[in-house]
Design a protein around this ligand. Structure first.
Ligand code: OSB
Ligand code: MG
Length: 377
């Protein structure tokens, strides 16, 4: 990161909003089903500028132990007061201000994102430039939830291919795995296809999961528990398809150790899961050095979080398709503009404006806000 040295930045105000947005279609994974997507939109204010961030914790602790409720509590009780009492020169300084506190990466990352946006606007630089990104357009795919029937899964895959997505990820789980994958592969023999189990299996399932090797998948994402690097290494040793870790990689140390024991050959980087963009870039750098490809995962973000993901994915090591689909894939109405659209070559443009490079639509945001609180120094 090549940030110009900054003046001390004193955050004067932090606003939290619990936002609930109806998804176009329910999203089902091995850990549950979401009809609405809940998140916390964070606004930090300093020197006349607003910075926006999105905390990707959801309504229930299915993907992560964090929820909107725990993130709200940690932010209001600890993180916000620490930020309001301190000062920063760059977004990475947030880690210093919060050094006394353990965990809660999703809450941390949302707050950090708002500070990146604020500092970008203050310096009149895009987030892409602040992060050291290079690409203008990001290759993207779509992540499809578990469907009620195999026929419907094949239909969904066909629809997204028709829309121009050139990489498909399907969610799998016990009871929704080999026959679905086999049928999708048979229907679409040539497509870039990958699967994501969201930690639904254990090592006892390794024989069954070994059969995934027959379907020319790009990768198998997170078959086992978050805290189970060792069994991922055993599984990786038994198949030729790359294992990709999502939930297991919470920071750069996890990434280094996972690569060291060959627990995975690809890493999905999500800024939320790793506590923010600073850590996300560090994991990217480590993987780039090790020659391990990465891609940017998604958490069904609004236009705010999506803008940050695109900026991150512009770094050179993001060589695989990212889970960053067009705005229209997720919501009937978004809270930021412009909307992100899919180019015919299955890419999405990286925002070039200052900070995140998106404008928050206050009327839309107000309409989706179900709780709001302001914290000041
Ligand atoms: O595991 O990648 C995941 C969504 C919510 C929680 C976990 C995951 C996902 C996705 C969606 O796969 C990706 C997207 O935002 O399009
Ligand atoms: Mg995943």
């Amino acid at each position: 990161m090549e940030n110009q040295p900054l003046d001390e930045l004193q955050i004067e105000m932090i606003e939290l909003r619990h936002v609930r947005m109806r998804l176009k279609a329910p999203f089902r994974t091995s850990f549950g089903i979401e009809h609405d997507r809940d998140c916390i939109i964070i606004r930090t204010h300093a020197a006349g500028i607003d910075g926006w961030g999105e905390c990707v914790a959801g309504e229930f602790p299915g993907y992560s132990y964090e929820t909107v409720g725990t993130a709200w509590s940690i932010l209001s009780e600890f993180f916000n007061p620490a930020v309001l009492a301190g000062s920063l020169r760059e977004p990475g300084d947030l880690a210093t201000l919060l050094k006394a506190y353990k965990g809660h990466p999703l809450a941390r990352a949302g707050l950090e994102m708002s500070i990146w946006d604020l500092i970008g606007k203050q310096q009149a630089r895009s987030l892409r430039a602040l992060l050291g990104g290079e690409k203008d357009r990001i290759s993207v795919g779509v992540s499809i939830g578990i469907q009620p029937t195999i026929a419907e899964m094949i239909q969904r895959v066909g629809e997204y291919l028709e829309l121009g997505y050139s990489r498909i990820k399907i969610k799998i789980g016990p009871g929704n795995d080999l026959p679905v994958v086999a049928a999708v592969r048979q229907a679409f023999p040539e497509i870039l296809l990958q699967v994501d189990a969201n930690a639904a299996y254990s090592i006892e399932d390794a024989d069954r999961l070994g059969k995934l090797d027959a379907f020319q998948l790009q990768l198998v994402e997170q078959p086992f528990a978050e805290d189970d690097l060792l069994d991922h290494a055993r599984y990786q040793a038994s198949i030729t398809t790359p294992v990709c870790l999502d939930e297991s990689i919470g920071n750069r140390r996890h990434a280094r150790q996972a690569l060291e024991i060959d627990a995975c050959r690809v890493i999905n980087i999500k800024p939320g899961r790793v506590g923010g963009l600073t850590e996300a870039v560090a994991i990217h750098d480590l993987c780039l050095k090790a020659g391990v490809p990465v891609w940017c995962g998604g958490m069904l973000e609004t236009g705010i979080g999506r803008a940050a993901n695109l900026a991150l994915a512009s770094l050179p090591g993001f060589t695989m398709h990212s889970d960053i689909s067009a705005s229209a894939r997720y919501y009937p109405q978004d809270i930021a503009s412009p909307l992100f659209e899919l180019n015919p070559d299955s890419t999405i443009n990286v925002p070039q404006g200052e900070g995140l490079g998106v404008e928050v639509d206050m009327d839309a945001l107000d309409g989706f806000t179900i709780r709001r609180e302001i914290f000041s120094a």
